[in-house]
Design a protein. Structure first.
Length: 262
């Protein structure tokens, strides 16, 4: 697909956006069919737009509870909780399963089995606590300095970047578990990868400003690449769970950059 084809077929692009929103959030009512083979790859350009929606939901939650007089630390935690509720906690769950599998499994087969079937133990729970704590703490620092506007920008940027760079992992990584949703997602075309990254960059620049936005996407990309590399070393590729862990690494990295600017 070339750029002309991408911009010309707007009805298909609307379908892509709905596919991405349905997969990554619980905001679409009615039937929620699982994506067919290759459908997520085709819709991958819209991943950062889904991140925008999720970030706005978290920002609205923060604004509402802040207006009610809820202290900034609690409001920041509720904003993170809102984004987890909007997504059904899929990335937090995937992070926990990834840490359990990569941390406890003796070989590749054992690691994949733990991620697929094993209950979340102490390592998984600790991973979720650290993820939520780091994100809420970063939002608290941003909110204490810049208020609701700063929180809104940080949430939009972190969710847009963390999802906008996932197509690159799908494009250049290799699935480690046949039958997993990540294996069924397909391999995005380069045009979709570039479009997703560009949309994420634009949203980050608008949300954080030019300097902070550029640093955020660079640091976020580095954190996500490191997480992808760790999965590659331990299981020989990616799964849906490891992609969720990669997404969480991106969110945390971007929010820490936003904190450094506060």
């Amino acid at each position: 697909m070339n750029l002309d084809d991408f911009t010309r077929d707007w009805p298909a692009r609307r379908v892509d956006a709905r596919v991405a929103l349905t997969f990554f959030t619980r905001l679409v009512w009615g039937d929620r069919p699982a994506p067919v083979l290759g459908e997520l790859a085709a819709a991958s350009w819209a991943f950062p737009l889904t991140g925008l929606v999720i970030g706005v939901c978290g920002a609205l939650a923060y604004a509402i509870v802040a207006q009610l007089g809820v202290p900034v630390p609690a409001a920041a935690l509720l904003a993170v909780a809102t984004t987890a509720l909007v997504t059904g906690g899929q990335h937090e769950d995937g992070l926990a399963r990834t840490i359990e599998g990569l941390g406890r499994g003796g070989d590749i087969g054992d690691r994949l089995r733990l991620m697929r079937d094993g209950p979340n133990g102490a390592l998984g729970v600790l991973a979720i606590v650290l993820s939520v704590g780091l994100r809420a703490g970063a939002l608290f620092a941003v909110g204490a300095t810049f208020g609701t506007a700063g929180i809104s920008g940080a949430l939009v940027a972190c969710h847009a970047i963390a999802r906008g760079l996932l197509p690159a992992a799908l494009r250049w990584g290799e699935p480690a578990a046949p039958g997993d949703w990540a294996a069924e997602a397909g391999r995005p075309e380069t045009t979709n990868v570039a479009a997703a990254a560009t949309i994420a960059l634009v949203l980050a620049l608008l949300a954080l400003g030019i300097k902070a936005g550029l640093v955020a996407i660079i640091v976020g990309a580095a954190a996500m690449a490191a997480a992808s590399y760790a999965a590659q070393r331990r299981i020989g590729g990616f799964t849906g769970d490891t992609l969720s862990a990669v997404e969480q690494a991106g969110e945390i990295a971007v929010l820490l950059v936003a904190t450094a600017w506060s």
